[in-house]
Design a protein around this ligand. Sequence first.
Ligand code: F6R
Length: 241
Amino acid sequence: MKIIRVKNYEEASEKAYEVMKEFIKPGAVLGLATGSTPLGLYALMVKDHEENGTDYSQIRTFNLDEYVGLPLHHRESYYSFMHTNLFNKVGIPEENTHVPGGLGDLEANCKAYDEMLAKESVDIQLLGIGADGHIGFNEPGTPFNLGTHVTDLTEQTRKDNQRFFNDLGEETPTQAVTMGPATIMAAKNVLLIATGENKAEAIKGMIEGPVSEECQASLLQNHPSCTVIIDEGAGKLLENH
Ligand code: F6R
């Protein structure tokens, strides 16, 4: 793992953009994430597109996950998140973007997603990390050999994500469709960003703990090209890095 220490969220986003921009070229396949973590990076990608005209028309994207049961255009669906925060702002053709389907026949959706991904080579997979060490929505205990699958969200994850649903008076969904650990590991490069003290334990487990299904992100220790950007808060429990 290549570990980059930065001061705060803003610097983490800038560093992440420096890494990402090398991959933003025609023909690239980007693996993307949602949540608070990548928002700063996406804003920099949008700024670059607006100011420098960087072309996204021949870039394809595959997102990590989607909630089960939310209508596609629900404000908090990951489909909406990606369109609001990135896709609509950089002019990427709709048919080039892929988000797992959280409606209808979920098993068929997972199979179709894996079949599509089997024909692709993701150049770089962007990741955040959950306070429980999840990547994608692979919660503790998920077998490392799983591909895209349906998962139950832990109470911790639902609590962590409740902030997005509060003003709608809704509860965080209980399930998600997510790329599996094996799907994530198939990417040629991985870029994980972690900021804030609530990620410190997960980061400690990921970098200095044993490779264990109890801390899903620890599997990245085995990835041949993984860059991790951590700010002061997220890195505060690290002893040897
Ligand atoms: C999002 C995803 C999750 C988040 C993680 C951190 O697509 O797969 O693993 O990256 O839950 O979320 P934030 O960034 O909101 O702290």
